[in-house]
Ligand binder design. Structure first.
Ligand code: CIZ
Length: 309
């Protein structure tokens, strides 16, 4: 009986979300790391940059961004005429908060003449101080496109190391890290290899350098999907936030996905649930805005990245 009641409640919530979406001309976007039911209710699931572009192109008045704060901000930067809602305002990103605009200005003063390449996982104010943005998918290409030989790379030190090994440029990293990916150790990779000798190990470049070195491939979440579709190997060990497994299982039902470590859980990505999505839509609550003065500069860094072929 209890199970049935819960089911009814969930069904009612889903119907109400659908109804409000139509009435308010809203679109729901969910990051690859969101919980299963939030991914399932979304119109689009993807990485932060993919979703921001979808938000910008969408013929919608309201974007419900199920992810963390910097992602909703990126959508607001690229879609100033739309209302961007973040279902839970507590959903932040500790990595993005590891550098602020003042610290970046000081870092630039210490390295005059260097370009600033900023990971999309950063605040709007930091993007506004940057020459160009990068994602985990395009970091090496974007850095190589710069005319400067020295590049300040913020805020992720592990991703900076990954890029430094694949470019002739001098990379000066900021010592930030994603708590979730940084928790994975070389020992976790060694153990997984012992347990699943036939599997491929795919990790995110936000992992520690020694973890990346021991893995078979390091890719952003979008790259993990294409790789999993293409590889002939059946068993794939995934070294990124656990929410990604739901997406991968849906995209590649013929493969077996195994999480590299149970430590790969981002609490911020788990704040959003169906009730909060409904609440945001009903009340048009938790609007994310970026002041014009910051938005106008931050959008340039994003557009420069987009222009890299
Ligand atoms: O930028 C994103 O969406 C994140 C956090 C990871 C990735 O590689 O897609």
């Amino acid at each position: 009986m209890r199970g049935r009641r819960r089911f009814m409640e969930k069904q009612e919530i889903l119907e109400r979300i659908e109804q409000l979406k139509r009435e308010k001309n809203a679109v729901i976007l969910a990051h690859n790391y969101q919980i299963e039911e939030v991914q399932d209710v979304a119109d689009h699931v993807g990485d932060s940059f993919e979703l921001s572009r979808i938000a910008a192109d969408a013929d919608a008045d309201i974007i419900v961004f199920c992810g963390v704060h910097f992602m909703a901000e990126s959508a607001a930067i690229l879609s100033p005429d739309k209302t961007v809602l973040l279902p839970d305002l507590n959903a932040g990103c500790p990595l993005a908060d590891m550098i602020d605009a003042d610290q970046l200005r000081e870092f630039k003063k210490q390295h005059p003449g260097a370009a600033v390449a900023t990971y999309i996982n950063s605040t709007a104010a930091v993007k506004a101080e940057s020459d160009i943005c990068i994602t985990s998918a395009n970091a090496v290409k974007v850095v190589n496109s710069l005319s400067e030989e020295t590049v300040l790379f913020v805020p992720d030190g592990n991703l900076a190391h990954f890029v430094a090994q694949r470019t002739a440029k001098t990379i000066i990293p900021w010592a930030g890290y994603c708590n979730t990916h940084h928790r994975v150790t070389a020992e976790d990779v060694v153990k997984a290899r012992e347990l699943y000798p036939e599997a491929v190990i795919v990790v995110h470049p936000e992992c520690r350098p020694e973890v990346v070195a021991l893995a078979d491939v390091a890719l952003g979440t979008g790259g993990m999907i294409s790789y999993s579709r293409e590889t002939k190997v059946k068993d794939i060990i995934i070294g990124t936030e656990m929410g990604m497994l739901h997406r991968l299982k849906k995209e590649c039902p013929d493969k077996n996905f195994i999480l590299l470590s149970p430590k790969l859980i981002c609490p911020n990505m788990k704040y959003t649930n169906l009730e909060k999505v409904l609440n945001a839509l009903e009340k048009k609550e938790n609007v994310i805005t970026v002041p014009d003065e910051i938005r106008e500069r931050a959008v340039l860094a994003l557009e420069r990245m987009l222009a890299v072929k």
